[in-house]
Design a protein around this ligand. Sequence first.
Ligand code: AMP
Length: 299
Amino acid sequence: MKIVKTVREMQQLSDKLRENKTKIACVPTMGYFHDGHVSLMKRGKELADVVVTTLFVNPTQFAPNEDFEDYPRDFERDANLAEAAGVDILFNPSVKEMYPDGYNTFVQIKGVTDKFEGQRRPTHFNGVATVVSKLFNAVKPHIAIFGQKDYQQTLVIKQLTKDLLFDIKIHVAPTQRQSDGLAMSSRNVYLSTEQRSKASAIYEALQQGITAIESGEKRRKIINATMQNVLRQVQAFQIDYCSAANAEDFDEPEEFLPGQKIVLLIAAYMGKTRLIDNAVCTSPSGISPNPEKFIEDHI
Ligand code: AMP
């Protein structure tokens, strides 16, 4: 695995790969790898000839009161994990390399950022959109892979790619979880043993939300309350948001329509640690998947 530190070298490598018709996949990350990151890298290996993983803790997506300084970092460990996952190039620029003196350009994303993460972290997605645009221009990939774990981010990246005419196909890979359902996250290391044992209530809340929807519940407030009740049983949790919304545009109708794609979104604090997770499901269409059974039930 090659480690690249400068944009210039990265671009030159990608130009050569492209001249040779080599398909490049990019996996943007902030490092401190876990199996979620590894699954994205492996997906990249399946979809392209060469995988470039970018490892950059991007200061512009953190607000001043957030954990940029404390964000976990371990380059040696990450390099070993990336190599074992089959990554070909690890692009690891410095902050100065990405934002040199005099840097003055920022990408602003509207609409899809209005609610949930975008509302709670008003500068976050502009930082994400800015750095991902720069990483795309540095790596020049054919495809890029993002995790469903950051659901709103996947919609932001799709909007960015479309609006700024990046000729890059965006793939979304499923969330990898611990055995109790807790979504893997670099930030899970902040949790004490006791907090960690309670954190999987987020997954339980999502499961109960899905069960309610699959049982035919269409009222958004009831779905939200079902999930919130699970979280409220864990005193240590402070809910930031816990809501069902239209999975395409985050619209929040009183009632979901049959067949509508719904995303369940949760952000909650466990002590100082902010955890996010989500699940996507479809409101039952009312048409039985088994027509014979449907007829039996209705005659
Ligand atoms: P991060 O390093 O946390 O910025 O994440 C880098 C990429 O990995 C993003 O596309 C995330 O959505 C994705 N990711 C983070 N956690 C998981 C997970 N548990 N499962 C799958 N993908 C993940």
